[in-house]
Design a protein around this ligand. Structure first.
Ligand code: PLP
Length: 396
């Protein structure tokens, strides 16, 4: 295999970049994958080398060949100036926020954000003297009126990972930048393959790698990628906070990343088939999936996104909780569990009404979020069909 020049990688297609990014077989006796370096101490050959830091690696927390390989592989697909690897998606969220906010600053946070992200803002950021205001995900140019002289960051997540509202990222980013604020985006749902965050004005992109990057429900991982402007502060905070991701999880994330393209395209295709089937069912009031024609976020999705993943929600006809439980409890292929992005299908009931503060959540019936895994769609549809029959029977 001929050695590929680093600058040339950007000219290849995304699947090629997923496969070759960060790989240096010549450094590892020809083995396709880098070894998992478990290490804290790095030994120097002489006192001079130790004191003058002449070696590429100095200490485990500061990086290893394994972490370098994953950082380069992630950069090969997201086009960022730099990436930091975090022990979880939530650690990536907190790292990104703390890298660009200081005491006395104001943060604009989308009302549809991942629940623990809100909890971090309301508890920890407040403790550090950083004030958070929540805004409607559909605010559009209305964001301008919420910006204050001390608003240093605007945080987006699109679509919302339960309610699936689509945000106008370039519009909000443009306004935020005119006021000097940093733009952060949680891009876990689309990944860089389906949404080019930096091309749409984002400064700091967060991914809960636990979901689609790892892809096999076997590791916790997160990443923050930065453009040139946001990179120095991100790198500085990450180093000072002593953050690093465990070597085995870094390896599992890299292994998952190689197949992200094929997995995501299959999640997309299967989820669309299931979503379209559900949309025709009388038990289902609404399907919340931005890639469906009639969805309120469809126009923005079509304009800005290159694909959709395996996660979407449905709103059932009004029914007692017991009917929703009858639907969920008998499912054969849909596990009942949090998280998503693995090879397997999942289902959870959800209700955004207890935590929303800038908007009200009143969709007209109980919500169920589905993750469509890599099983055969016919089997998944048969499973849901039987579940909806149980729902009907329990609803009376
Ligand atoms: C799961 C999730 C996170 C947090 O990731 P963890 O790895 O579970 O900490 C952050 N954002 C979104 C949108 C998520 O779905």
């Amino acid at each position: 295999m001929k050695k590929i020049n680093k600058n040339e990688i950007a000219t290849f297609g995304e699947n090629t970049r997923l496969v070759i990014g960060g790989r240096e077989p010549d450094d590892y006796h020809g083995f396709v994958n880098p070894p998992v370096y478990h290490g804290s101490t790095v030994l120097a050959p002489t006192t001079r080398d130790l004191l003058d830091h002449t070696q590429r690696y100095a200490y485990g927390r500061r990086g290893t060949p394994t972490t370098d390989a994953l950082e380069q592989a992630l950069r090969a697909i997201d086009g960022s100036a730099g990436v930091v690897l975090c022990p979880s998606g939530l650690a990536a969220v907190s790292t990104a926020l703390l890298s660009c906010l200081s005491a006395g600053d104001h943060l604009l946070m989308v009302d549809s954000a991942y629940g623990p992200t809100r909890h971090f803002c309301d508890g920890q950021l407040a403790r550090f003297g950083i004030e958070t205001t929540y805004y409607d995900p559909l605010i559009g140019e209305g964001i301008e009126a919420l910006l204050r002289p001390n608003t240093k960051a605007v945080y987006l997540e699109t679509p919302g990972s339960q309610s699936f509202e689509m945000q106008d990222v370039p519009l909000i980013a443009g306004i935020a930048h005119r006021h000097g604020a940093t733009v952060l985006l949680d891009n876990t749902w689309a990944t860089p393959l389906f949404f080019d965050a930096f091309g749409h004005g984002v400064d700091l992109m967060i991914q809960a790698g636990t979901k689609y990057i790892v892809g096999h429900s076997d590791a916790m991982f997160g990443a923050v990628s930065a453009n040139r402007k946001a990179w120095p502060a991100l790198k500085g905070f990450y180093g000072d906070a002593g953050l690093c991701a465990g070597p085995d999880d870094v390896y599992l994330a890299m292994r998952g990343l190689r197949t992200l393209g094929v997995r995501l395209r299959q999640h997309q295709e299967s989820a669309l088939r299931v979503a379209k089937w559900l949309a025709k069912r009388p038990e289902v009031l609404r399907v919340l999936h931005p890639a469906l024609d009639g969805d309120p976020g469809h126009a923005i999705w079509k304009r800005d996104f290159k694909g959709s993943s395996g996660l979407f929600s449905i709103v059932l006809q009004p029914a007692p909780e017991a009917a929703v439980e009858a639907f969920l409890d008998g499912l054969k292929f849909f596990g009942l569990g949090y998280s998503w992005g693995g090879f397997e299908s999942l289902a959870i009931p959800f209700d955004c009404s207890h935590y929303r503060t800038a908007t009200t959540w009143n969709p007209g019936g109980p919500g169920v979020r589905l993750h469509i895994g890599l099983e055969d769609v016919e089997d998944l549809i048969a499973d849901l069909d039987a579940g909806l029959a149980r729902f009907r029977a329990a609803r009376g």
